[in-house]
Design a protein around this ligand. Structure first.
Ligand SMILES: *Cc1c(COP(=O)(O)O)cnc(C)c1O
Length: 372
């Protein structure tokens, strides 16, 4: 790493910007540069819909600006989800929209609340607009509505919650999301991040979309990065009251979603068979993988229940998460070890192919046995 300290007399960033720890992405190679199978960033192991890949070739118009609002894409999203297109805004990934939500509604002297072990972008989003991040204690790693509500004060401007949550995979049912919303003052913005929403069985949905449709203080964010397999194209969207959408439109970059990205997302939306196949694959492989890891409970391995496309495994026995991380790297797999997020005892593993998950479970079993 080069020296990033500020030379004397050089431009100094705002103190709240300097306090930010830059986002740490999932790695795709080992320390020696060897290419590894990447199960560290919750990408779709089935790739991308063939329809979306075909659309990319057709849409190529790099010399032209994209549609600034993504009108066709907003229409298609609206149709699929039963939302008026005027209540949708596109983002360069949902990360952009999460940042804009904080920036639009919070600043120096204001609080932004989220759960311990919540998505790491919330901390950056809160700090970069000068607001104070306020962290609610977890309940066995999951988000806890009571502890979030206990921190609400007259300084609170935004509450972030990911449902399902990353990196824990935990999920709050509809009743808990409704209870959280009902207890918040109407002038506090509740941002419900549904990056993994499509992985949740339809009968278990959390009611966030209905809250965003009915109230002026709920924003729901979604992404094409996860089940739609378009992480490289950077496309997310948010829905909420027209006043919220107008705020985000004022401060987003004018052409934030590329031509190719819009065309691919539109085609991907039209291929719900690919989405259904991805959801089924994930549910089947996750259940099988969790069962195999739970069988290593006598060695201190504990998979947390997950509604997303990854599983967080706690290492509470002789085999440490760090040793398992290194061992899996030896076996050719890169997963996510999260000491920087207060989880040195855990690995987050994206659900890959059946063969990959079996190989990982075999490797963990062998390591756990040897560590006794
Ligand atoms: C992956 C992820 C996102 C967003 O990713 P984008 O690629 O920026 O759309 C948002 N929230 C959570 C919880 C995530 O895990």
């Amino acid at each position: 790493m080069s020296d990033t300290s500020i030379p004397s007399g050089a431009p100094a960033p705002k103190p709240w910007i300097e306090a930010i720890h830059a986002y740490v992405p999932g790695k795709s190679a080992g320390a020696d540069g060897r290419k590894l199978i990447k199960l560290s960033a919750n990408e779709n192991p089935l790739g991308t819909s063939p329809a979306a890949l075909a659309a990319a070739a057709e849409a190529a118009a790099p010399s032209l600006y994209p549609d600034p609002v993504g009108a066709a894409l907003c229409e298609a999203i609206g149709k699929l989800h039963g939302i008026d297109a005027a209540r949708i805004v596109m983002g360069a990934g949902s990360d952009e929209l999460l940042n804009l939500a904080a920036q639009g509604y919070a600043g120096p002297g204001d609080d932004v609340i989220y759960a311990r072990f919540g998505f790491s972008v919330y901390d950056i989003a809160a700090r970069r607009c000068g607001a104070t991040p306020v962290i609610a204690p977890d309940a066995d790693y999951g988000s806890d509505v009571n502890s979030l509500l206990a921190l609400v004060s007259e300084r609170t401007r935004v509450v972030f919650i990911a449902n399902p949550n990353n990196p824990t995979g935990s999920y709050l049912p509809k009743g808990e999301i409704a209870r959280l919303h009902a207890a918040l003052p109407p002038d506090v913005l509740l941002v419900i991040d549904q990056a993994y929403g499509e992985y949740v069985a339809p009968e278990d949905e959390d009611g966030a979309m209905a809250l965003a449709a009915a109230h002026d203080n709920v924003l729901v964010t979604r992404t094409f990065s996860k089940i739609y397999g378009l992480a490289g194209e950077r496309i997310g969207w948010a829905t909420g009251a027209p006043s919220l959408i107008a705020t985000l439109n004022r401060i987003r970059l004018p052409f934030n979603v590329s031509n190719t990205g819009q065309a691919m997302a539109l085609a991907a939306l039209g291929d719900q068979a690919f989405v259904d196949m991805s959801r089924r694959h994930n549910a089947d492989e996750r259940a099988h993988f969790v069962e195999r890891i739970a069988a290593l409970g006598n060695h201190g391995l504990r998979p947390l229940p997950s509604e997303a496309n990854f599983v967080l495994i706690l290492f509470e026995g002789a085999l440490s998460a760090e040793q398992a991380y290194e061992g899996l790297m030896e076996a050719g797999y890169i997963v996510r070890w999260l000491p920087g997020q207060g989880l040195p005892q855990a690995l987050r593993i994206t659900i890959g192919t059946a063969q990959q998950m079996d190989a990982i479970a075999d490797a963990l079993a062998a390591m756990a046995e040897a560590a006794k």
